[in-house]
Design a protein. Structure first.
Length: 83
């Protein structure tokens, strides 16, 4: 399994609605990752952090990951990137 950790650096955002995206190598498109199944999210509101654990990894799971907070206007606040 792989765990991707994110820390919210802007305290004005709440962790009510987190978003995860992956861009596969060589692709220009990002795909949204749906939570559940192999994708298990843990939120720690006290430390303003959240993480995504991906179980049973395959080659198809490779790529650049982005995590952020979905705002009421459906904009993404990018926190960090993982490859």
């Amino acid at each position: 399994s792989l765990t991707i950790n994110c820390v919210l650096r802007d305290a004005s955002y709440a962790l009510d609605s987190t978003c995860w995206y992956r861009k596969k190598s060589g692709s220009t498109n990002e795909e949204s990752i749906s939570k559940g199944g192999r994708y298990v999210e843990t939120v720690n509101s006290g430390s303003k952090s959240f993480s995504m654990r991906i179980n049973d990894l395959t080659v198809e799971d490779s790529g650049t990951f982005r995590c952020g907070v979905c705002t009421v206007m459906s904009l993404i606040f990018t926190i960090t990137e993982y490859c």
